[in-house]
Design a binder for this molecule. Structure first.
Ligand SMILES: [Zn+2]
Length: 396
């Protein structure tokens, strides 16, 4: 064992080769993430790195399980050069979206492409049941022969303390308050798990795999049981001082009165511009409780006539989106909502309402589009980014 003296005399420069090595690995990963399959020679040519440097970086990434060698096409003569790609057949990541009515679990390759099957489970009543049911569901996806599961992203509604990876306040899934679902799942599953606030998950999904590729300034307004806001500002997620930014759903929309919100206040935006608001209206018409999943089906099938209520919801939603446009000057506001499945004309009515309320210069520069990404896809994007950062940090 080396002495204290030998440690203190170790020159700082001994760290540098490792740092440079990590930066090289990052560059190789980036190339394969943006360009798809490549041979080592192509990576060297495109990156400007030397062939030995590329070989070393690739060996390290193969060992970490982030890359794999793909079948090379047969050449007329000679041995084909093996092609490198992000691990898809040898390794996978998982994504979990915890939500009010049901939770979803997916698997994907390291390229972020989902494997197709989305496992849905009704959201259990208690936190221990939630963790038990989710780990049981995840185990089904981890049981693929020959497949290594590298990690799992977990999307959670409500306020998230990122430093402690803990739910702080979830007005719509309060059983998670004070708990750290990613830590508890990691203990049960034996894989790395990370927690994402659901609006941040939607931003990552849109930026990596949806319509926001290449955009630096955009917002995602998530209209579900509540109303959330994810903001990408200058290419970075806006988290605020304590990571609690974006709670637009608790902006007051009805100044005097209004219904009681899950946060304890009255008249919050999400009491009038959400799936919960529609469920409330449907419940009044049917004279029974209607949940957020059921109301979408009732409205889609026309079992309950809710078109006037949808118009009203679109009007309130426009108030929230106009505030986002005025405050943050985004290039695009994406709206993620199952309400848009009920009535395809709803988005146009929201856009019209925003046009009446937002300042014209900000509005004319901003597009309002339907989001393509999902919370599960965002959870997958989050864990891939986390694993990539762990192996090859972007900023050293
Ligand atoms: Zn509220």
């Amino acid at each position: 064992m080396s002495s204290t003296a030998s440690r203190t005399t170790a020159p700082v420069t001994t760290i540098r080769p490792a740092v440079v090595g990590k930066l090289n690995e990052r560059q190789v990963l980036r190339l394969l993430q943006t360009r798809g399959q490549m041979s080592r020679a192509e990576v060297a040519r495109e990156s400007g790195l030397s062939a030995p440097t590329v070989s070393k970086a690739v060996a390290s990434l193969l060992k970490a399980g982030l890359l794999e060698e793909a079948e090379a096409p047969e050449l007329a003569r000679g041995r084909p050069a093996p092609r490198l790609r992000l691990a898809t057949s040898s390794a996978q990541v998982l994504g979990i979206a915890i939500d009010v009515g049901h939770c979803e679990v997916v698997s994907a390759g390291l390229d972020g492409v989902l494997h197709g099957e989305t496992l849905k489970i009704p959201t259990p009543e208690s936190y221990p049941e939630l963790i038990a049911t989710l780990s049981e569901t995840v185990h089904k996806l981890m049981a693929k022969p020959g497949m290594t599961t590298l990690g799992c992203g977990v999307s959670l509604p409500g306020l998230v303390d990122f430093r402690k990876a803990r739910g702080v306040l979830s007005p719509n899934v309060p059983m998670t308050d004070g708990h750290a679902p990613a830590v508890d799942l990691a203990a049960k599953l034996g894989i790395e798990c990370m927690l994402l606030q659901e609006s941040h998950a939607l931003c990552l999904a849109e930026r990596h795999y949806g319509l926001a590729r290449g955009l630096e300034n955009f917002a995602v307004v998530d209209v579900g049981a509540g109303v959330g806001l994810g903001l990408m500002v200058g290419g970075r997620l806006l988290k605020g001082h304590s990571g609690l930014a974006g709670e637009i759903g608790h902006m007051t929309a009805i100044a005097n009165g209004g219904r009681r919100c899950g946060c304890g206040n009255f008249g919050c935006l999400e009491t009038v511009a959400s799936d919960s608001a529609l469920a409330y209206h449907a419940g009044k018409k049917l004279n029974r409780a209607v949940n957020v999943d059921e109301v979408i089906e009732l409205a889609k099938t026309g079992v309950v006539e809710l078109s006037a209520e949808l118009q009203e919801i679109a009007g309130y939603l426009a108030i929230g989106v106009a505030a986002v446009v005025n405050l943050f000057n985004p290039e695009v506001v994406f709206i993620h909502s199952p309400l848009l499945d009920i009535d395809p004309g709803l988005l146009a009515r929201v856009v019209e309402g925003v046009g009446q309320r937002a300042l014209p210069p900000s509005f004319t520069e901003c597009r309002i589009l339907r989001a393509e990404g999902s919370k599960c896809q965002g959870a997958v994007a989050g864990i891939i980014q986390h694993l990539t950062d762990a192996v090859a940090p972007e900023v050293v």
